[in-house]
Structures are given as C-alpha cells and as structure tokens.
Design a binder for this molecule. Structure first.
Ligand SMILES: [Mg+2]
Length: 428
C-alpha cells in the first residue's frame, strides 16, 4: 500500500475467518456429518511437575512466576487440582495465589520439559487420524470421521487414546467428541479431569442450549453483561434470536455468536499433510495492549514456525501476520519475498514491519498469528543466500541441535522467556 517496492504485496482480508461470512442461508445448516475430537491435558504443567517429582503429588502446586513471599509480580500459569481447592486459578496474580495458599509448592515453568512431553502426546495422536491439529502445547483437534470405525467407534477410540497417554506419560487427558470443533472443545472441558463427553449430531442443539453463554467462544467478561442485558443467559437464549437482530445489536460478533449458538462451525481440522501453508498462533488469556509484549510473542511464533519448517525441510516465500482485535475483527497482512526462507530472524524482521504498519486504532489484541505460504520442499540450504544469510542459517542449525536435545524452550532468548513467564501466556 504505502510501500512502492514491487516485491512487497500487502493486502488486507477482513473476513478470512469462516465465521465472518455474510448473513447465511439456512440451507447451510445441514450437518456435514463430521466427528471431531478435542483433547486437552488436565492441569498440564502442574501434572508434569507432579509426575516428575513424586514428593509433590497430592499437594497444592502452582506453576508460574516466583511469588517472592507474596511480593512477586507475574501470574499463575497452571495449578494443580489440589491448589484449585484454595481458589487458585490460571492467570491469577501470583501474589493473590500466595495469599490464598502460602504453603503450596511454587515452581517456575520448565518449558523444554513440557514441550518434550507434548511432542510425545502429539505423535501418539497421529496413530488415530492423519488430521491432527495441535492448537497449543497440550491441546489438539482430531478429525476422526473416517478413522473411528477402525477402532470400534468414537468412544472406543477416545478411551484408547486416553489410556495410551496415561500409559506413556502417566498423565490424564480430557476428551470431547462432537460434530464440530467448538462443541468438541466445550465438551472436553465439562468433566475435567479425566473426562470423556460425547455429543452426537442429533443431540447437538439440546446439548448446547442449557450451557451458559460464557462458554461460547468469544463471550468474554466484556460481552457477557451486554448479552445478559438482552436477556441472553444461555446458548439456547442466544439461538432464539434471529441473525438480523444479533447483527443489529452486536455487529459481526453477533453473527459469529448466532452461528455457534445454532451449532454451526464448519472450520476444518487443519492437518499437516498437504499443507499449503504452515502457521502458528496464540490467543491471549486476556486481550493485550502492550506492543512490546506482542512483538515478543511474534518473535516466539516466528521462531517456533521456522523451526518446524526446517524440520520438515520447507521454505516459504510469503509471510502473513494475522491479528484479531478485541471486537473480533480479524486482519491479515502479507509480504512476499523474492526467495524462499526458513530463517527465524528474516521472518521476524518482515513480520515486525507488517506489525508496525498495522493500525489497531487503540484496540486491544486478542490473537496473534504468523503463517508462511508458497511453500517449497527440500530446497538446498545455500543456493540462494549471501554470506550473511549463511551465517544466520548456521546459527539456526546450531539452535535446532540444542532444541532437539533439550526441547523448544531451551534456547529462546533469555529476556523473552522471562517475559513469557511473567505475562499471560497461559496453559490450562
Ligand atoms: Mg489443558
């Protein structure tokens, strides 16, 4: 737009997200007949710590910032179920947690170790479906539509996954199965820990109707009172409104809510096979306003994405920044290189430029994502690069070796890691 460089193509696609299509025809409501499984590990970081340290089992345990005797800054990342009895929750200030239970075991996160266990779990999931979409360190969607019969049905498949995970890691997982992603995610959360909830297609609306609207994806502390003022307390209340009414009262998010309340969510499970693009994204526990924190997050996402690309011997020519603001408007900005790259710094530099030129109009940010597309497989390392780039590539390879040995977080820049601990990068 403002840049005359012909190599640089920036475009804005508000409406990329399948939820943001115009008001829909009811004929779209026909069931697609899919079976989607959502898996979420229970109190993941805390459970890994208790597994690795038998002396901490059965005790209240908090993974997060250093409480420093109640004066510490930062937040709780995850806490054990024993700590929840005291009212401690994820994302709570660590000083509050300390006040609630000073005798709990407080530990700093060990990102490398959690990543190691996560890889073990994710690789196990691929035995059950080729379509696995990892959405965070301890959560994944599987499309089991075509594979469930191989395991004797969806329930048997889910039980087998849970027992396999337990056998390999001694950890428990909760599973939800439903005809779409958002319902599967709600279902996995209902009977934690060690839960299994199955929602069949013909039960979808009756399952959703009595649930509180805060369970709808996107209904946060700001939106819920607004909805309640309209007499909407449950998902069923929401479903009784027309699309038009919700659009008039709430704008685009109203349409998004209407679709979810009516059990409509066509988002596919994004597997890695035949990927036309590869991406990483993070939804913040709380919408954020701090540019520096966002840049840190983008650095992490680029670094993680580039690492994945190097493992798969992929290079990409187009880098895309995705931003979702607190009002759910979603934007993307892209730049195309004249060569393929898998280099973290190069990707981050371009993403930073895109980020700096994006005007969020004072709004807070809910989600950040980074994607690479126009992928090429197995391009030689040195053929396109100048000496500087060779050095950078060598650095990436050294870092990769360390990661292979010690896990992803072993080698992130120290300052970044500290910020990740202190800020709201939360895992439930
Ligand atoms: Mg979890």
């Amino acid at each position: 737009m403002k840049n005359g460089n012909s190599r640089l193509r920036i475009f804005c696609l508000q409406g990329l997200d399948p939820f943001y299509s115009p008001i829909m025809d009811l004929s779209d409501m026909e069931s697609t007949g899919r079976t989607i499984l959502h898996l979420d590990m229970d109190a993941f970081f805390a459970a890994v710590e208790q597994q690795d340290h038998p002396q901490w089992r059965g005790k209240p345990l908090v993974v997060g910032a250093d409480p420093k005797g109640g004066k510490g800054r930062g937040v709780v990342s995850t806490c054990s179920y024993e700590a929840r009895v005291y009212g401690i929750r994820s994302a709570m200030p660590i000083s509050t947690a300390y006040r609630l239970c000073p005798t709990a075991v407080y530990v700093l996160p060990r990102g490398g170790r959690y990543a190691q266990v996560s890889r073990q779990i994710m690789s196990l999931l691929r035995d059950y479906s080729p379509d696995v979409e990892q959405i965070s360190i301890d959560e994944a969607f599987l499309d089991i539509t075509s594979t469930q019969k191989l395991f004797g049905g969806a329930e048997a498949l889910a039980r087998q996954i849970k027992s396999q995970i337990n056998e390999k890691t001694k950890l428990t997982a909760s599973v939800g199965i439903a005809p779409n992603k958002f319902t599967a995610k709600i279902a996995s959360d209902l009977r934690k820990p060690d839960g299994l909830v199955i929602v069949k297609a013909d039960e979808l609306l009756t399952f959703l109707a009595p649930l509180e609207i805060s369970r709808l994806w996107g209904a946060g502390p700001k939106t819920v009172p607004q909805l309640q003022a309209m007499g909407i307390y449950t998902i069923g209340d929401m479903a009784r409104y027309s699309q038009q009414q919700l659009f008039e009262r709430l704008g685009q998010p109203g349409l998004h809510f209407w679709r979810l309340a009516n059990g409509i969510d066509d988002r596919p499970v994004g597997g890695a096979a035949d990927a036309k693009s590869i991406s990483r994204e993070t939804t913040f526990e709380h919408d954020i306003d701090d540019n520096e924190q966002m840049r840190d997050c983008l650095f992490y996402l680029c670094d993680d994405l580039a690492y994945e690309m190097r493992k798969k011997r992929l290079r990409g020519r187009t880098v895309t920044l995705k931003i979702r603001l607190d009002d759910f408007s979603t934007f993307s900005r892209s730049q195309t290189f004249d060569h393929g790259t898998d280099n973290s710094d190069e990707m981050f530099q371009r993403i930073s430029e895109l980020f700096q030129s994006f005007d969020r109009g004072g709004k807070c940010v809910r989600l950040l994502g980074v994607a690479m597309s126009h992928l090429q497989q197995g391009v030689g390392q040195m053929d396109l690069f100048a000496e500087n780039d060779e050095k950078r590539d060598r650095m990436d390879r050294v870092m990769d070796q360390v990661r292979k040995k010690f896990g992803m977080d072993a080698i992130h820049r120290a300052s970044l890691l500290k910020k990740r601990r202190d800020s709201g990068w939360i895992r439930e």
